[in-house]
Design a protein around this ligand. Structure first.
Ligand code: 3PG
Ligand code: MG
Length: 392
């Protein structure tokens, strides 16, 4: 892959159109997790240091092509100013004259790109309107790169373009994890449903040496092997698909690791009475809510043998105690091995970061992606349009 970076660009005196992802969680009008905002700071700082003026383009929520005050980027403005330690000019629907009237070192945030009906259609007219706001285009929104929209894809063809620092870091980490990894590679794939992760499993069995399957998905695999999983969450209509994945794994010499023991309970609620049973002895009226200690031991042993770990999805119903134990224990061992320099660990996608944060392990992983859907599509082996547009 050959994309340019900020180091390849002359930014002096230029308006630098910069696509960022500040699609952060908000409650009662306040940002509750500013991680994505903090992670774009190095890019903005580097653009300013090179004498450029960043003009930030971003989406927020899914307003479906029309303005909606509840999804205005004004909501993230205070958190952005705090992260940058400087004021940011907010621009509702600027033209080039407005941009040029700002100070040469201004940071400008343009209102939600998805307020335009053309954005999600990758409308070329809208891409041209965006392109007119800058002299150079920087894409720093890896987590939105799975969308082929005017601000992520179309505009990249209209200006000299490069990857921002966060985009660079995301791509490097993912390449180190799956494209050119040190082997053996272990992948942990958890979460509720096999049906949402079929392409991902199909791709991973060809790329990794050991695939640990956890969460509700593991129940589907156990059931597909003829094991009675009682009242556990499981997709029984996916049995053939699960068996097909097991067959593909066999052909690719990928070891599939399913739970050997499980934590079962009669109800899914905090402090529910839970006990450990062998994976094939889930009582008829109980459900599997976590992997058991022997399962954790075999997962940890795989981590010890591995050089690279890719982690997506929790091993159990981690939101509620005590069903977070397997995820916590495995994540902490991965974090320790990483801290000891024995493992490269990359995590991302949906619930994963929340689970690793809850385990207190995320900050010791080699890399934690800011991406949800884009991380999954990368694991599926798909080309991300926002990245491909930079690739020339
Ligand atoms: C995300 O939060 O996953 C990205 O910002 C993309 O948002 P989207 O799923 O609404 O396209
Ligand atoms: Mg999403």
């Amino acid at each position: 892959m050959t994309w340019k970076t900020l180091d390849d660009m002359d930014l002096k005196g230029k308006r630098v159109l910069t696509r960022v992802d500040v699609n952060v969680p908000v409650e009662a009008g306040r940002v509750t997790d500013a991680t994505r905002i903090e992670r774009i700071v190095p890019t903005i700082a580097d653009i300013l240091a090179k004498g450029g003026s960043p003009v930030l383009l971003a989406h927020f929520g899914r307003p479906k092509g029309k303005p909606d005050p509840e999804m205005s980027l004004r909501i993230v403005l205070p958190a952005l100013e705090q992260a940058l330690g400087r004021p940011v000019v907010f621009a509702e629907d600027p033209d080039r004259a407005f941009i040029d009237a700002q100070a040469p070192d201004a940071v400008i945030l343009v209102e939600n790109t998805r307020f335009h009906p053309g954005e999600e259609k990758n409308d070329p007219d809208l891409a041209r309107r965006f392109a007119a706001l800058g002299d150079v285009y920087v894409n720093d929104a890896f987590s939105a790169a799975h969308r082929a929209h005017s601000s992520t894809e179309g505009v990249a063809h209209l200006l000299p373009s490069c990857a921002g620092r966060l985009m660079e870091a995301e791509l490097r980490a993912l390449e180190a994890a799956l494209t050119t990894p040190d082997r053996p590679v272990v992948a942990v794939v958890g979460g509720a449903k096999v049906s949402t992760k079929l392409d991902l499993l199909g791709n991973l069995v060809r790329k990794v040496n050991v695939l640990v399957i956890g969460g509700g998905m593991a129940n589907t695999f156990l059931a597909a092997k003829g094991i009675d999983v009682g009242k556990s969450l499981a997709e029984h209509d996916m049995a053939d698909t699960a068996r097909d994945i097991l067959r593909q794994a066999g052909e690719a010499s990928c070891e599939i690791m399913l739970p050997v023991d499980v934590v079962v309970a009669h109800e899914f609620k905090a402090g529910a009475e839970a006990r450990v049973v062998p994976a094939d002895e889930c009582p008829r009226d109980a459900m599997i809510l976590d992997a058991g200690p022997q399962s954790v031991a075999q997962i940890v042993a795989a981590f010890e043998r591995a050089k690279t770990l890719v982690w997506n999805g929790p091993l159990g119903a981690f939101e509620i105690e005590p069903f977070d134990e397997a995820t916590n224990a495995a994540a902490n061992r991965a974090a320790e091995l990483t801290a000891e320099g024995r493992l490269v660990s990359v995590a991302g996608g949906g619930d994963t970061v929340a689970a690793l944060n809850k385990a207190g392990a995320a900050d010791r992983f080699s890399y934690v992606s800011t991406a949800g859907g884009a991380f999954l599509e990368w694991l599926e082996g798909k080309t991300l349009p926002g990245v491909a547009a930079l690739d020339r």
